[in-house]
Design a protein around this ligand. Sequence first.
Ligand SMILES: Nc1nc2c(ncn2[C@@H]2O[C@H](COP(=O)(O)OP(=O)(O)OP(=O)(O)O)[C@@H](O)[C@H]2O)c(=O)[nH]1
Ligand SMILES: [Mg+2]
Length: 326
Amino acid sequence: MPKFTDSTDIRIKAGNGGRGAVSFHREKFIAWGGPDGGDGGKGGDVYIEADPRLHNLSHLFKDRLYRAENGHAGMGNNRHGKNGADLTVGVPPGTQVLDCNTGEIIADMVQQGARLLIAEGGIGGKGNAFFKSATHQTPRFAQTGIPTEERKITLNLKLIADIGLVGLPNAGKSTLLAAITNARPKIADYPFTTLIPNLGVIERSDGSVYKIADIPGIIEGAHRGQGLGLSFLQHIERVRAILFILDITGDDLEYTLNLLRSELDSYNTELTSKPSHILLNKIDLLGEEEVWERRKLLAEENVLPISAARGDNILELLEILDSLME
Ligand SMILES: Nc1nc2c(ncn2[C@@H]2O[C@H](COP(=O)(O)OP(=O)(O)OP(=O)(O)O)[C@@H](O)[C@H]2O)c(=O)[nH]1
Ligand SMILES: [Mg+2]
């Protein structure tokens, strides 16, 4: 199974400022020269960058210290120390950066290429040349660079998709994703086949592009962490619309739909106010009349019977997606 990390804590530290130098000019035949200690270099900064080539956070190691280089010390002959190199930590777009201690959101890295200065390097210390004055010709001291402090941050990825597929395990979410997008998720006749979210892209004839997220199946108590639920509900927080998928041959359609809705609602009440449509999948397993009987069990308007496996009503579904995205 591919590794998929969507939340992790890391430590970061910008570089300390380099020390200023204490040095005096020396040359043959000159008894003593003036102070010529150069300044220390600035410590490197730490940036966080939204890199579209990344899709999760598994390249980062939990609790590891990511540090930028310290500024180099100043040198004699008024030579400035080199600045420390910056460090850039790449994250997938959609990653939130939080302060680990307070939980406060520092930034939401939604835009591709967005760059956040998360820790600034310390300023280099002044060398002794700086402190020379009319009354103080031979300063024998220099400043140390400004030290920086380590900071702990939480990175939390929330996928950026237009449409989220929500259903019980085995409802056919991944089959549908494979039927209408370029994605090729694993499909099998047992629950929790999908262990990590999949993203698929649909291109419509008018050139518009939608991203669809297939998340692992939701069961009762998902919002409290049952099944694989909770950790993945965060990936549909940002979607613009939700497609509920029910297996039309399943036991109690209304109960199932209410369960899915209440899990979303318990997780985040905003989820249930998003535009949505209900799909009754696997109609190929029933006769036409039975499909109609079962469809009537739901006292809702936004219902479309489909067969993700056989392709029934997929064109109608695409039109519904267009209208949900308007
Ligand atoms: N007959 C029929 N079977 C289907 C249809 N759609 C999906 N299936 C089957 O139902 C089973 C589950 O399909 P998946 O697409 O893996 O279901 P899922 O909702 O992604 O399941 P999880 O990832 O476990 O949550 C597979 O055996 C599919 O072949 C359909 O329209 N008709
Ligand atoms: Mg699946």
